[in-house]
Design a protein around this ligand. Structure first.
Ligand SMILES: *Cc1c(COP(=O)(O)O)cnc(C)c1O
Length: 432
């Protein structure tokens, strides 16, 4: 399979190049040149298959030209090492819980798949792959935990000193092994600048194999389609049409759902649910697409004013904007509505995180206008990850899951780093 740039369909590269480079040289996103369609027989058989069997069938359809069976099995086993259950929250409304991985958010799926695939694709095994990540929080923890212990890969996380919540910090500074955290005496932009300078430095790139594992990498994006197949297979549909509501920021998760649909999964509608960063809901109601500065909200992992996966969504619809607007319904919600949803759903015995709450609200709005559907909203993080917001909304303390509490007990280990590139370069040159 070749992967083309969304900025130039005539520029296409191998899987290896698309994954190691992350972004096309013209800044486009890589996209699959051909989307395989699964047979009706396979789709009908999904309810009898385990999550891993489903993963294996879907990943084989996508990657069998580039990877052998053993590699595909290894990838799927590493990625689907935890469950993604659906729970009925109220009649015909299901939560797809994507927070059972190591960092309690759905990004674990993509990060784990990406890390494993990268280690397989490093052709020159004599050279380690160095993954550089600048983070303001969540990305660092998902990437660090995804790559933890993966052979042939060293991860260097740069984060701004004193600017990351202590819980998030613990998730990437306490791991050890192949994960090194650099505490940069600056802000997030300084971290990002250092990483960019490293990629542009010819000497460093001569010596080291550098990559970025950023969120638009196809190896982080594609595996997110797996849990749509799984959730669909476990939904007691009783002849009803199916809608998935996806709380969205950069729209990678929603685009992966659309990929599952293109591969033959009969999802009738998608809901693009956002906070007040609503450029996509505005677009879906007919406005032209235009980026906006981002606005801070309680669902802060979705505070995105210029969603990076928008071009990917558009290509999935073959550039047909009418079809795009027909298949995806967009709704946005304020912080007050989000908090109210957390409170309301708690009375039904379920605790939402602020992002899942936005997804829930989007699903309810769709179903109010369209009865006779059965719906799933994606619960993208454990409420304990956003405990400040949730505890304040509910007026009670949350019980943190053990693996989250375990991070808090770990010992923080960091290397202090200034903002100057020469210091960072010296550090990188000292690596083997
Ligand atoms: C990243 C993130 C989102 C948004 O996902 P996109 O793929 O960027 O749309 C939603 N919820 C949580 C908890 C996240 O971390």
């Amino acid at each position: 399979m070749r992967y083309y740039s969304t900025n130039n369909p005539n520029y296409a590269v191998s899987l290896s190049e698309a994954v190691i480079k992350g972004l096309a040289p013209d800044n486009g996103l890589y996209m699959l040149q051909r989307i395989p369609v699964l047979s009706k027989a396979l789709i009908d058989h999904l309810p009898e298959m385990s999550f891993r069997e489903i993963g294996y069938a879907v990943i084989s359809a996508l990657f069998s030209e580039d990877l052998n069976d053993r590699q595909i099995l290894e990838l799927v086993d590493h990625t689907l090492a935890f469950d993604a259950p659906i729970l009925e929250v109220e009649e015909d409304v299901y939560s797809l819980e994507l927070f059972h991985g190591p960092t309690l958010a759905f990004k674990d799926f993509g990060a784990r798949f990406c890390s494993k695939l990268m280690s397989m694709l490093v052709a020159d095994k004599s050279k380690k792959l160095h993954v550089l990540v600048a983070t303001s929080g969540d990305t660092g923890s998902a990437v660090a935990n995804g790559f933890l212990g993966v052979e042939g890969v060293e991860v260097i996380i740069l984060f701004p000193k004193g600017k990351v919540s202590s819980l998030q910090e613990k998730q990437f500074t306490t791991l050890g092994k192949n994960i090194t955290a650099l505490e940069v005496n600056g802000v997030f932009d300084d971290c990002q600048t250092l990483v960019k300078q490293a990629f542009l430095d010819p000497e460093l790139n001569q010596k080291l194999l550098l990559t970025s594992a950023n969120s638009i990498n196809i190896a982080r994006w594609i595996p997110q389609c797996l849990y749509y197949f799984y959730a669909f297979s476990r939904l007691p549909k009783n002849g009803k049409k199916v809608v998935f509501s996806v709380p969205s920021g950069n729209f990678g998760n929603l685009a992966a759902g659309v990929l599952a649909w293109k591969m033959g999964l009969p999802i009738d509608y998608f809901v693009a649910a956002t906070n007040v960063n609503k450029v996509v809901p505005d677009y879906l109601k007919g406005a032209p697409f235009h980026a906006e500065p981002s606005i801070p909200t309680v669902s802060n992992s979705m505070d995105v004013g210029n969603p990076s996966n928008f071009p990917r969504l558009l290509t999935l619809f073959g550039g047909d904007e009418d079809l795009f607007r027909e298949k995806i319904k967009g709704y946005f919600f304020t912080d007050a509505q989000t908090i109210e949803a957390i409170q309301k759903v708690k009375t039904k015995g379920y605790i939402l995180d602020p992002h899942g709450a936005v997804g829930y609200l989007g699903l309810k709005e769709f179903m109010n206008n369209n009865p006779d559907y059965i719906g799933v909203f994606l619960e993208t993080a454990h409420p304990g990850k956003f405990r400040d917001v949730v505890e304040e909304a509910l007026g009670e303390k949350l019980v943190l899951p053990e693996r989250l509490a375990a991070f808090l007990e770990g010992q923080k280990q960091v290397i202090p780093m200034g903002k100057s590139f020469s210091e960072f370069k010296d550090f990188l040159e000292g690596l083997d």
